[in-house]
Design a protein around this ligand. Structure first.
Ligand code: HDD
Length: 718
């Protein structure tokens, strides 16, 4: 897109930005203020006077600073960016922003958790929201999706029930941002349509490593409409360039305490550092005549179309490259709405989507205080807005003229109605016939088949994590009958799953399967098949103490940063550590972080460089030992250079073979046979005399694999 279009939103926002760097402090009405520390009073110790207008205005504004948080998705983080299609999608849609690969469209994306309140932690087990506002030349298009392709319920009328069940329980408002409690499982065990999405919730998809490393889905089947009026069903997918990766549950819980802003910080810092999050937009297209070719209903939001059945068509790329200037003004006030559509994009009769089209507008009215929320800078379209809507709280526009009605003659009929062939939105025409009825279609009736598909498609370690998650969640449920009912539901998905869960929660395992497992799989559902290979933006802790081998640290820093990773030297204290005498002299090594401020759960990998004195000091330091052991437990790559291997040896990491002195020949690291490097399930060490660069290369390869699940203990626990 030419620069002017890419920056259209940025330029539009500029007049609203107030840098507060000119002139003195004033009241909101612009009167200069010379004292904002002392209220006006009668004598030094006397009562405060009502006539102190600055005091009253300051405190009154403060009293009114809060607005209601979102009833769901209250906690989130947002960023601006741009989207560009790879090629024209004219064949399927007339949407202007999908026509021209030379045109970029500005976007704002807000990621969120669902159940927690605004101040809750990022790394809770939950669905993540992935809402994108495209500021197109034809108005705003909002794709309000999640990081799961399916939803808990089929009909929007159930949404308040579902949300009431998952939110903290009303009598004591506990637990915060967690589904592991009685009401959630009571509801789900009575609502079998939730079983497929609950399975996703129990999987590692519910604890993403980063917003930059999770997929997004429009969930519903939508409709694209081309200039000839032909409709095509479509499912929207966002695919992160860095692949989809997740945390380990125990790690996620620790992070919630160590850094509750973990995902938000990651998004912010990546953009500040120029590591822009990137996602590919992909479509699953289904011709209208194929509507009934599936063994589920396309209108049922608890079902996905397996990628193996309808492959993903990559159609464009989105890059997030700018952080907001003000969290409240932009990220909090951004208002998404599923019915913000542009010509060429339309709805289907999915009853969940139909209900959403009511709810999002409604919620903004209470949340943002009235019908003029579209005039808030972050929400304003870059296209021209000409309505006959007037007045209301917070009106920002000065609509000039006498006519705010159609038709009129006094203003020459302006604004004129747009013609369909001149860009007007034309609702797709569909013939609908039938009696009014409150009944779910029979085609929505299979509640377990795709949950089974998901379970069947998981790698062994993913299955273990799922079992552990069910045990954790149900272990918090105090009603035996709710546990039993859930196990019964699981037995309709897979007998082994039900048995393994039952065994962990004190429920009698079901004697036989409720239904036979259909045996089908969809490999695309497994995180094990998500692309790996890059170390970009991975955080690597390099543990050091006085006497560290500075050459090792330098080599690590150079090689890892060269691959786009973020190496950081950690020591007991901030400042510097003395380096060992060596070829690089005795220059001290700069410490990036004190170990006490940055737990091992905040890094993707850990390395122990050499230096006899440093390694000995780390070995004597409980927190350094814990650092490595915890990273090991969470399946993270670990490396030791030179004498660093002694720290790993002292830890006696279970089942790990380390490179031994003089054992260089025939080891099995990255550099090929005989390279002297041992990579034992992501624990990388080099034999004596082996070039550290070879060890570091093997370490980088191990980091690119994300985690080494064959040694994580969440798995063996299940
Ligand atoms: Fe929703 C917010 C995603 C079903 C009612 N929803 C909200 C957000 C996302 C989603 C990402 C946060 C937007 C933001 O960042 O501001 N919601 C979904 C998806 C659904 C879904 C993917 C199913 C496919 N939602 C859904 C239903 C209803 C709602 C069925 C109501 C009947 N959702 C809302 C809401 C929220 C909302 C109450 C709260 C704040 C807001 O809208 O702006 O209207």
């Amino acid at each position: 897109m030419p620069d002017d279009e890419a920056s259209a939103k940025r330029e539009q926002l500029e007049p609203s930005r107030d840098h507060q760097d000119e002139g003195p402090l004033t009241t909101a009405s612009g009167t200069p203020v010379d004292d904002t520390d002392n209220s006006l009073r009668v004598s030094e110790r006397g009562p405060t006077l009502l006539e102190d207008f600055h005091f009253r205005e300051k405190v009154t504004h403060f009293d009114h600073e809060r607005i209601p948080e979102r009833v769901v998705h209250a906690r989130g983080a947002g960023a601006y960016g741009r989207f560009r299609p790879y090629e024209s999608l004219t064949e399927y849609t007339k949407a202007d922003f999908l026509q021209d690969p030379a045109r970029e469209t500005p976007v704002f994306v807000r990621f969120s958790t669902v159940a927690g309140s605004r101040g809750s932690a990022d790394t809770v087990r939950d669905v993540r929201g992935f809402a994108t506002k495209f500021y197109t030349r034809e108005g705003n298009y909002d794709l309000v999706g999640n990081n799961f392709p399916v939803f808990f319920i089929q009909d929007a009328v159930k949404f308040p029930d579902f949300v009431h069940a998952v939110k903290p329980e009303p009598h004591h408002e506990m637990p915060q941002a967690a589904s592991a409690h009685d009401t959630f499982w009571d509801f789900c065990s009575l609502q079998p349509e939730s079983m497929h999405t609950v399975m996703w919730l129990m999987s590692d998809r519910a604890i993403p490593r980063s917003y930059r490393m999770m997929q997004g889905f429009g969930v519903h089947t939508f409709r694209l409409v081309n200039a000839a009026g032909r409709g095509t069903f479509v499912k929207f997918h966002w695919r992160p360039t860095l692949g989809a990766h997740s945390l380990v549950w125990e790690e996620a819980q620790a992070i919630a305490g160590k850094d509750p802003d973990f995902n938000r910080r990651d998004l912010w810092e990546s953009i500040e550092q120029g590591d822009f999050p990137e996602y590919e937009l992909c479509l699953q297209l289904v011709p209208e005549e194929d509507e009934f070719r599936f063994d589920f209903d396309l209108l049922d939001a608890t079902k996905l179309i397996p990628e193996e059945t309808v492959p993903l068509l990559p159609v464009g790329r989105m890059i997030l490259d700018r952080n907001p200037d003000n969290f409240f003004a932009e990220t909090e006030q951004v208002a998404f709405h599923t019915a913000h559509v542009v010509p060429g994009i339309d709805f289907t009769n999915d009853p969940l989507l139909q209900g959403r089209n009511f709810s999002y507008l409604d919620t903004q009215l209470i949340r943002l205080g009235g019908p003029n929320f579209q005039q808030i800078p972050v929400n304003r379209p870059v296209s021209t807005v000409t309505t006959t809507q007037r007045d209301g709280y917070g009106q920002q526009r000065i609509d000039v003229g006498r006519t705010s009605y159609t038709p009129n003659s006094l203003s020459g009929g302006c604004p004129a109605l747009a013609a369909p062939d001149a860009g007007a939105y034309a609702h797709h025409q569909e013939r609908v016939d039938g009696a009014t009825i409150k009944k779910r279609s029979d085609s929505f009736a299979d509640h377990h088949g795709q949950a089974t598909l998901f379970w069947n498609s998981m790698a062994d370690w993913e299955k273990d994590h799922i079992v552990a998650a069910y045990r954790f969640e149900l272990g918090k449920v105090t009603f035996a009958e709710v546990r039993e009912r859930t196990v019964d539901q699981l037995n309709h998905i897979d007998h082994t799953l039900a048995t393994r869960v039952a065994e962990g929660i004190g429920v009698p395992p079901p004697k036989e399967p409720a239904v036979a497992n259909h045996g089908r799989t969809s490999p695309a559902l497994s995180l094990a098949n998500s692309p790996t290979g890059s170390i970009a933006t991975r955080r690597v802790a390099i543990l050091a103490a006085d006497g560290v081998d500075a050459a090792h640290v330098e080599a690590l820093r150079d090689a890892l940063a060269g691959g786009g990773a973020i190496p950081e030297v950690l020591a007991a204290r901030d400042g510097e550590v003395r380096s060992a005498e060596g070829p690089s002299g005795t220059e001290p090594v700069t410490v990036d972080r004190a170990m006490s401020t940055m737990a091992s759960v905040l890094y993707d990998a850990v390395c122990v460089p050499g230096g006899v004195e440093s390694v000995r000091a780390l070995g004597d330091d409980g927190s350094a030992r814990h650092y490595v052991a915890e990273a090991f437990k969470h399946g993270k790559p670990i490396a030791a250079l030179g004498e660093g291997v002694e720290l790993l040896r002292a830890l006696a990491l279970p089942g790990v073979r380390l490179a031994t002195e003089g054992a260089g020949e025939g080891e099995d690291g990255d550099g090929g046979p005989g390279d002297g490097v041992v990579d034992e399930r992501g624990v990388v060490t080099g034999a004596e005399g082996v070039d550290v660069s070879t060890v570091i290369t093997a370490f980088a390869d191990a980091i690119a694999c994300h985690r080494h699940w064959d040694r994580d203990t969440d798995r063996t626990a299940a």
